[in-house]
Design a protein around this ligand. Structure first.
Ligand code: PLP
Length: 385
């Protein structure tokens, strides 16, 4: 048997003939059309339980770029890049994906990397606090991240925002479907932008698509205008803008995925639980909240194997099992970002980064598949160690 790390499963394109013909007949292919409007309504009603507003985007990276620009501009009462020049950093976790520092750099903000929690792998509050004290008045925005779909505790970020006088943006790329302790979709009710991805490799798989949610209508209205060239009523630019719109075909895929997402999440949770039970020799991320949109199964190799990770990955590949190493190298180890970032102490991100592997997880996997992979992992770990 061969096991890829991921097997993208967007809604079955071959079954969408009628709906695609309907789009063709309507003559509306983009520009926040009727299918997109229906999708946004359904997201708010079914996932966010009627609380807040949302706007679709063509992908989450563009969603982060727009959200940072808007959050910073609004907070400091300015447009373009006219916020106080001293505020030149965006604070973000080092153990995260390249989309965050890229989105900051497109906004002329340099990455300032904080460390992560050793247990939940979420951004470490103490590390963020320390850096905000040390760089008081120099940080324009905190971009935090709900690591691998884990439910970040959001209320402390409101306190952080007030204490240090700055806005927040949340990267929730892998979190569509994750539920917090109260059973609500992660992000529900948050007053700063929360950005989700619906990339083909995510659990909420489509192709390329993203969503910005915020419990503030004004924010979402402004982001909608910014995502359509900054056009006000008369196709005349009134705000900074670009084109972030999702096509009607893209919105149709999202609508179809929304119909099946609960069953997908339940199944992935079963597979994840099986991994946890079968592999006591690995260390797993401790999850907060009620449900998690597992994209793959991340785990830490035993500490004594951290110099042998390449060998472990190669031996598993020889067994037909493709294993990833997300997010290693972490952001502060990537040359383009280190050119612009402040170097800092990141002991936990370094340690997690050195030991992490990502095991296969996808919708069509079975329990016996997990058993077979675990057997192979146990054998390889024993023989390499
Ligand atoms: C943590 C994180 N942030 C942002 C993104 C970017 O999402 P998109 O591919 O929709 O631009 C990803 C995508 O993999 C991600 O994992």
């Amino acid at each position: 048997m061969k096991y890829p790390l991921l097997r993208p499963s967007p809604p079955r394109l071959s079954l969408l003939g009628g709906a695609l013909a309907e789009i063709e007949r309507s003559g509306t292919f983009s520009n926040y059309g009727p299918i997109n409007s229906e999708l946004e309504r359904r997201f708010i009603d079914s996932l966010f339980r009627g609380v807040g507003s949302c706007v679709t985007v063509c992908n989450a990276t563009i969603g982060l770029m727009l959200s940072i620009k808007y959050a910073v501009g609004r907070y400091y009462g300015c447009e373009l890049d006219e916020w106080p020049a001293a505020r030149k950093y965006a604070l973000m976790p080092a153990f995260a994906f390249a989309a965050i520092p890229h989105a900051a750099l497109w906004n002329h903000l340099r990455p300032l990397f904080c460390d992560v929690d050793p247990i939940s792998w979420l951004p470490c509050m103490a590390s963020q606090e320390r850096l905000l004290e040390e760089f008081a008045g120099e940080v324009a925005v905190v971009v935090t991240y709900a690591t691998f779909g884990n439910n970040l505790d959001l209320p402390p970020y409101l306190a952080l925002s007030s204490r240090h006088d700055l806005p927040i943006v949340v990267d929730a790329a892998a979190s569509l479907g994750s539920r917090d302790e109260a059973g609500g979709q992660f992000g529900t009710g948050f007053k700063y932008p929360v950005v989700y991805s619906m990339h083909a490799t995510k659990t909420f798989a489509t192709g390329e698509a993203g969503l910005i949610y915020c419990n503030d209508d004004r924010t979402i209205s402004a982001l909608r205008v910014m995502g359509n060239f900054g056009f006000g009523e008369l196709r005349s630019a009134t705000m900074p803008g670009l084109n972030s719109k999702l096509t009607e075909v893209g919105a149709l895929l999202c609508l179809k995925k929304l119909e099946e997402i609960d069953a997908i999440l339940e199944w992935r949770q079963c597979l994840a639980d099986a991994y946890r039970q079968n592999l006591p020799e690995l260390t797993f991320q401790v999850m907060r909240g009620e449900r998690h949109a597992y994209q793959f199964m991340p785990a830490l190799l035993p500490i004594e194997l951290n110099r042998n990770r390449i060998e472990v990955v190669e031996r598993l590949a020889a067994d037909g099992i493709v294993v990833g190493t997300y997010f290693s190298p972490h952001l502060a180890e990537q040359p383009y970002f280190t050119k612009y970032a402040r170097p800092g102490e990141l002991p936990i991100a370094d340690r997690i980064g050195a030991r992490i592997i990502s095991l296969p997880l996808y919708d069509s996997m079975t329990r016996p598949d997990v058993d077979r992979i675990c057997e192979s992992v146990r054998r390889v770990v024993r023989s390499v160690g």
